[in-house]
Design a protein around this ligand. Structure first.
Ligand SMILES: [Zn+2]
Length: 112
């Protein structure tokens, strides 16, 4: 995964953001292998949703979950893309065994 360190994106308070498969890391933020795996899972989700639909779906699902949970962080953690990534980020072989559109299975389920 290509990593670009800079002091502009993501905004202050965030460690990293995956933009079209390139990981932008803020300043000297520490990025672990688990963080990289989490972002690599997002990159696979992006590829199978042609990138544009990843971001569209991401924002729409966050808004729907914001209405459901009335909490921005809980809404974020329960986006299906995030649920798949958080649940499997610790498994370094996950991307080798992952089925296509696996995130779709994470649409169902409650708040954490
Ligand atoms: Zn994520």
């Amino acid at each position: 995964m290509k990593i670009v360190r800079n002091n502009i994106i993501p905004f202050k308070g965030y460690k990293a953001i995956n933009i079209f498969g390139i990981l932008f890391v803020r300043g000297d933020a520490v990025i672990s292998s688990i963080d990289i795996n989490h972002e690599a899972i997002h990159t696979e989700q992006m590829k199978e949703t042609l990138y544009v639909f990843f971001y569209l779906w991401y924002v729409i699902e966050w808004l729907v979950r914001l209405v459901m949970y009335r909490n921005a962080h809980t809404a974020y953690r329960n986006i299906s893309f995030e649920r798949e990534a958080y649940m499997n980020q610790g498994s370094m072989s996950y991307l080798q065994v992952r089925g296509r559109y696996a995130w779709f299975m994470y649409l169902k389920g409650g708040a954490e």
